[in-house]
Design a protein around this ligand. Structure first.
Ligand SMILES: Cc1ncc(COP(=O)(O)O)c(C=O)c1O
Length: 298
């Protein structure tokens, strides 16, 4: 069907999300299409940062008990409906690279099948492969690459975990998450989904796809700003499988008891290596009319 300028303008007029542009502080005349690298600044960000600075100035040490320490879970619960997860399944913490490392250790630490290979996707954003190689070097697991465009089913023998992107960062290729997750599980392996290029841009239904593990970032299509932490998802049925390997004091059951031995807190505190310490008020609230869409806090 031919597409005319008028028909495009008409579609813009009918777009239920058209109003969203007005919530962003874009420079005059800029058509911004680089949210794949860094999302534009929501107008509400400035006020939230100012409130944070005020809170730090006024509350000083009391801030720890007023929402800073539990920010990973609080923000994770806000993010959950956007990616088809439940409350208590998402933590906003660290970066994607570290979160993949933590999940690899968590999954392989409980793996009793004798499988010890980690499969990375050729052509994926390189850090996913680099950190898998780093994990394999320290753990003794074997690392392999799935050739770009290769048939996944033919490369799953002996594989414990495969790390895949839902949307490829260079080509935009979209994987069918439900079919692929089932394929990997049917072969006795686990999949960690990297949602860096889909979270906030596409409807995602992690629970509906049977996904057990996922990571993603918040500075692209979730507009969290430079330095905004990543997120990590573990399905509620898979949260009692042991330790993640980077056991830090924020993940301790009693972080201020300063005990010598590590005792993990519940699953998500335990995954938070370095929780966000300075985001008192979420920028976003879930918005029902568009299901998994969010709206700006006013
Ligand atoms: C698919 C994908 N994974 C991971 C990353 C890097 O994530 P991080 O810097 O949070 O470790 C990027 C960065 O653009 C990415 O595109």
């Amino acid at each position: 069907m031919p597409v005319s300028l008028d028909s495009v303008r008409e579609r813009d007029r009918q777009d239920p999300l058209a109003d969203f542009k007005s919530h962003f502080a874009l420079p005059e005349g800029v058509l911004y299409l680089d949210g794949n690298s860094l999302g534009a600044q929501p107008k509400a960000a400035k006020q939230a940062v100012d409130e944070t600075l005020d809170q730090w100035r006024d509350q000083l040490i009391k801030g720890w008990n007023q929402g800073w320490f539990d920010a990973p879970e609080r923000l994770g619960n806000l993010l959950a409906p956007v990616i088809g997860a439940q409350r208590g399944e998402v933590s906003v913490t660290d970066n994607i690279t570290l979160n993949i490392f933590k999940l690899l250790g968590y999954i392989l630490g409980q793996c009793k099948s004798g499988r010890q290979a980690v499969l990375s996707e050729g052509g994926n954003f390189p850090t996913d492969g680099y950190i898998a190689q780093g994990y394999c070097r320290v753990s003794g697991a074997e690392h392999r690459f799935l050739p770009e465009g290769g048939n996944l089913a033919e490369h799953l023998d002996g594989v414990a975990v495969v790390v895949l992107s839902q949307v490829n960062y260079r080509t935009g290729k979209l994987r069918d998450m439900a079919t692929t997750t089932k394929l990997v599980h049917d072969h006795g392996a686990e999949v960690i989904w990297d949602l860096a290029h889909s979270a906030g841009a596409l409807p995602i239904d992690l629970n509906g796809c049977g996904a057990r593990y996922a990571v993603g970032c918040t500075y692209k299509y979730l507009n969290g700003g430079p330095g905004a932490p990543a997120f990590l998802y573990v399905h509620s049925d898979y949260q009692d499988k042991g330790w993640q390997p980077l056991s830090g004091w924020h993940g301790h059951a009693s972080p201020f008891a300063f005990e010598a031995d590590y005792t993990p807190a519940g699953i998500f505190p335990a995954f938070a290596l370095a929780p966000i310490r300075h985001l008192p008020t979420p920028l976003w609230k879930p918005h029902s009319p568009y299901g998994a869409r969010w709206t700006c806090r006013r």
